[in-house]
Write a protein that binds this ligand. Sequence first.
Ligand SMILES: Cc1cc2nc3c(=O)[nH]c(=O)nc-3n(C[C@H](O)[C@H](O)[C@H](O)COP(=O)(O)OP(=O)(O)OC[C@H]3O[C@@H](n4cnc5c(N)ncnc54)[C@H](O)[C@@H]3O)c2cc1C
Length: 375
Amino acid sequence: MRVVVVGSGVIGLLTAVECVLAGAEVDLVEQAGTIPSTSATSYDRQRVVRALHRGDPRLTRAAAGLAADWRAVELLLGRPFYHRTGVLTVGPAAELQAELALLTELGVAAEPITAASLAARYPQLRFTHDDQAILESAAGTVLADQALLAAAWWLRGRPEVLCYPGSQVIRVTESGAVVLAGGDVLGGDAVLVAAGPWSRALLPIPVANRLTLKRQTMLSYQGFADWPAAPAVLGLGNRRDAWLMPPVAGRPPRLSAASACRSVALPAGAESPDEWREHLIGRFGGLISDFEPAAVTATDGYYLTEEAGQGPLLVQLGESRVWAYAACGGMSFKFAPVLARAFADRALGRPPRPTGLAAVDQPEHYVAARRELFI
Ligand SMILES: Cc1cc2nc3c(=O)[nH]c(=O)nc-3n(C[C@H](O)[C@H](O)[C@H](O)COP(=O)(O)OP(=O)(O)OC[C@H]3O[C@@H](n4cnc5c(N)ncnc54)[C@H](O)[C@@H]3O)c2cc1C
């Protein structure tokens, strides 16, 4: 079996690893000059891995094992990148009770934190008066760039893997021909397109037109020197949409909020427009004690969502094994180990292991001039 994987972000790399583990040969194709690409969405300082998704029990169930999955990937790749910082999800007490019961049922280590304890344990943060929280102690953050480098290093040493950095794919046909910008054509028994926010260029127009590109500004905050150890924090602020990736391994915390996410036409680099930097400075001025606006630098990231939902989208193109992870959404990093297993299963013609994500477990099937759902 030979599988062509387009894209060397977290999805492409971990799918390639899974294919090799299953005995397949892999062509890994990347438009950037290096594998992994430093401009991939995934190639960032950190990504949060947690089980609890407030108000979404299906997602919480699907995410219950992800911390263990990431530790298994870390063990396999042989380099450290998972940090068990804990993840704190803040919310109204009445809602958190049910969330805590669900986590307990799922076997996820979690403890309630009262409003009084929050202020005492995390003096660097400002909470609103009715805030309580759940601390998932085994959850944490992945040093994302380190994880990608570890996967690339693991793959590079294998005779079954051919890497094609600096190779832009311009077309993928329904029969599985992967056409490169220079005119070369790669082919295999299966193809997975995992091109992140650039995916629309490789998709049939009706599929591409349903995808929305999101751009989000984040602040990197250097004013954390006297903070006590901090978990990742979600649900901050009156709108409960602000989050913080914790300082870890000498890396400063990252701050952002859903209010700093907007729809845009095209990826336009990582530099943040001033207005969005100022927007986040305004918001975190009220959420971090003694906030120092001069201690921030801002950067932007991108991801695609499917118009009908905020989540991901998997599409089978044509009648052969050609798959596109068309929209990776704002949460695919944490799910990458289970997504990669499922994508490798599909590529190799095995029954796919469920991910718990409906759009992946029941993907869409697109055949030119015809589109249908199948299980
Ligand atoms: C601000 C922000 C915060 C986030 N926080 C989290 C979080 O805490 N937890 C979480 O789970 N997720 C988070 N996400 C989402 C997560 O980072 C993404 O869903 C995930 O990284 C996508 O990985 P990917 O491999 O699909 O895409 P990418 O990492 O973007 O990789 C795609 C690769 O494909 C290559 N490529 C593209 N087009 C072509 C082509 N034509 N030919 C060849 N190569 C091509 C690109 O160069 C790139 O290397 C966040 C996203 C953002 C923007």
